[in-house]
Write a protein that binds this ligand. Structure first.
Ligand SMILES: [Zn+2]
Length: 458
């Protein structure tokens, strides 16, 4: 198996040497027998820039932190934000700015003076990476011309096994990017950031290309469900937007989970264990009993798929005096979501019923709702993305997202925002990987999307 442990600049990767100046109009592909082809000459022309940007952004630790006290929750997100503002300014987007809450905004202005905010389209990706796996010290590796076998990463014995990831096997011949085995890659969502930046760079350098005014937003703290919280939709001033935060090539999503978070706090009675006979009420033990009583054969993320919802306890902390269970609850249907929340409450109450000296506090926090309802009212928004994906030579894949995006809440807040693929996979884990061919296709799709909207009735 040929593996190129390249973490250097994209110019060092044989596959892409010399493609930087490729003319998209000629459609000439650089000959490479073993490599998977790009979806278009445009995608190939964008690929070097996409990879170079992606590697640069991935190295900045932008992991967000739950229970934030300010926006953004971590300073690394500001660092990436400042980098992007600088790069956008260099591309000629004069109004680029990082706002006081860590949001990056910029405009690739109207080609025609008569253009108004009613015609502008938004492009959105998130700056932060998931708190669920280590996010510091990311060292991206490029595996040129993946041979379809097991990929062994250099640290922690991390392995990408195509038997466990059918999407990986399908990428034989692609140039894959992974982390080094002990961190996230952060392709969720730096693949989206890189795709938007490369597309904007391309359109900025080709001012004659037909497109509407484009507004760019990079949001902080999406992974902790706060990406839309302080998003100034009014000021963004677009008729609709797209998050670039999906996965497999061709994915287009206008349906997400509806989501609540439930925090259970159990109060016990603590005492020196030597004097505890008949007196100690161990909150930690009771919390474990609650978790054990939750359904696991059904209604768990590991035992459900497709349109099934779940209850997912993700954190258990405490002492004998006080224990806390944090859980997320998900479903595509709002009524079923409510019934899962009730089930979680009743399970906790039943588990504690035999111990009257313990007390239980339950807080339910609304996170986001399925974007389907809002998007159904403006079918042209999803249709434009579908046309763009087809224009890039890809058959759109329409699957509901088992998760949320900034678009879930933005749609609810009045900004219709479906989600487009990035070409990255295995999000939130040390096995996260991305196909360069597919990331470049994502960037090319954004350029096509602008073309599609330039033809759409104002
Ligand atoms: Zn994401």
């Amino acid at each position: 198996m040929f593996v190129c442990w390249s973490s250097q600049s994209p110019g060092s990767i044989p596959r892409h040497t010399g493609t930087a100046g490729a003319n998209p109009a000629t459609g000439i592909l650089i000959a490479s027998v073993a490599s998977a082809p790009y979806t278009s000459s445009l995608a190939q022309a964008l690929s070097t820039d996409v990879l170079e940007r992606f590697q640069r952004y991935a190295r900045i630790d932008t992991q967000s932190r739950r229970d934030r006290e300010q926006s953004p929750s971590t300073p690394g997100q500001l660092e990436l934000g400042r980098t992007l503002v600088e790069e956008l300014s260099q591309l000629g987007l004069d109004d680029s700015r990082l706002d006081e809450n860590g949001y990056v905004f910029a405009t690739l202005g109207p080609q025609h003076p008569e253009s108004t905010a009613q015609t502008a389209i938004g492009l959105i990706a998130h700056l932060d990476t998931s708190p669920d796996a280590p996010g510091a010290g990311v060292e991206p590796l490029v595996h040129s011309e993946y041979d379809g076998g097991v990929l062994e990463l250099p640290r922690d014995g991390t392995v990408l096994d195509p038997d466990a990831m059918p999407e990986l096997r399908a990428k034989q011949g692609h140039d894959l990017v992974t982390a080094s085995g002990d961190t996230l890659l952060g392709a969720d969502d730096k693949a989206g950031v890189a795709a938007i930046m490369a597309a904007i760079a391309h359109m900025s350098a080709n001012p004659d290309m037909p497109r509407p005014p484009l507004r760019v937003a990079f949001t902080p703290d999406e992974e902790i469900g706060e990406g839309a919280t302080l998003f100034d939709i009014e000021r963004f001033g677009v008729r609709c937007a797209y998050t670039i935060d999906g996965s497999e090539l061709g994915e287009l999503q206008d349906e997400t989970f509806s989501a609540d978070e439930v925090i259970l706090t159990i109060g016990g009675v603590d005492i020196h264990p030597g004097q505890a006979t008949g007196k100690l009420v161990n909150a930690l033990r009771l919390a474990a009993k609650v978790v054990a009583a939750l359904p696991s054969e059904t209604l768990a993320p590991e035992t459900t798929a497709g349109r099934e919802g779940f209850i997912h306890p993700y954190q258990l902390t405490g002492t004998p005096a006080r224990a806390r269970i944090a859980a997320i609850v998900r479903d595509f249907d709002d009524e079923r979501l409510a019934s899962h929340v009730e089930l979680l409450k009743h399970t906790a109450q039943r588990a504690l019923a035999t111990e009257p000296r313990a007390n239980l506090d339950i807080q339910v926090r609304r996170q986001y709702r399925n974007m389907r309802n809002q998007l159904a009212a403006v079918p042209e928004v999803t249709a434009a993305a579908e046309a763009a994906i087809r224009a890039e030579g890809i058959e759109p894949i329409r699957t509901p997202i088992r998760g949320g995006t900034d678009g879930s809440r933005l749609s609810e807040m009045g900004l219709p925002t479906p989600n487009i693929f990035t070409g990255a996979h295995e999000f939130h884990s040390v096995r996260e990987w991305a196909s360069l061919q597919d990331m470049a296709a994502s960037a090319a799709t954004i350029v096509r999307l602008a073309e599609v909207w330039s033809r759409t009735d104002k």
